[in-house]
Write a protein that binds this ligand. Structure first.
Ligand SMILES: Cc1cc2nc3c(=O)[nH]c(=O)nc-3n(C[C@H](O)[C@H](O)[C@H](O)COP(=O)(O)O)c2cc1C
Length: 181
């Protein structure tokens, strides 16, 4: 299957699994997708825009207030272009912000302003993931029609074992393939 002519907006948040977004991008590029990355400010603490722009072959967006060009409003332009918005890894914080309809950065603003399907891939410590607050936020987002690829159990970056590892790249890519079918 080819993703030719498909625009995927990939939101990358501030978690250890941010480095795995590189493999996601490489898979999408192999499938000929047009990938545009929105990196949260926290995400940029974990992975550099240079790496993402090199792999995606596109400019990487972080800031809401630096215009891409003279006339475009950044988040509107990204929102309208997307065939799908994938958030991987998604932090507990972005899940909370999205559940509350916050629009306090480029990624939340773009998602709120878009009618594209949103696929969220949480990744965090298992206590954070299992916390009622996170589970309630996920339930709210599901009720809005957001789709989730749930994390898997295994060894976590905090050296604990539990539920919170980002889903396998193949599973994430397959879910996007399924969506484009
Ligand atoms: C070393 C380190 C690792 C972190 N890993 C995660 C993580 O895996 N998942 C998560 O939800 N938050 C994690 N955080 C906390 C987030 O970075 C923090 O909540 C941040 O506000 C998220 O912002 P964002 O959602 O805009 O990217 C981590 C923080 C640090 C310092």
């Amino acid at each position: 299957m080819s993703f030719e002519n498909k625009k995927i907006i990939l939101g990358i948040c501030g978690g250890i699994a941010a480095y795995k977004s590189c493999d996601i991008i490489r898979q999408f590029i192999k499938l000929k997708a047009n990938v545009e990355c929105i990196l949260t400010k926290s995400g940029a603490e974990f992975i550099t825009p240079l790496t993402l722009q090199t792999l995606s072959r596109n400019k990487v967006y972080i800031d809401m207030f630096t215009p891409f060009n003279k006339w475009e409003i950044n988040h509107m332009s990204l929102a309208q272009k997307a065939d799908i918005i994938l958030v991987a890894p998604a932090t507990a914080d972005i899940i909370a912000r999205l559940a509350y309809g916050r629009a306090n950065d480029l990624l939340t603003c773009t998602i709120l302003a878009s009618t594209a399907n949103v696929l969220v891939c949480p990744s965090m410590n298992s206590n954070m993931f299992n916390h009622k607050a996170t589970q309630n936020n996920i339930a709210v987002l599901k009720s809005y029609g957001y789709k989730f690829i749930m994390p898997e159990e295994g060894e976590l970056a905090c050296q604990e074992h539990g539920n919170g590892r980002l889903a396998k790249i193949d599973i994430i890519v397959s879910a996007v393939k399924e969506f484009f079918k």
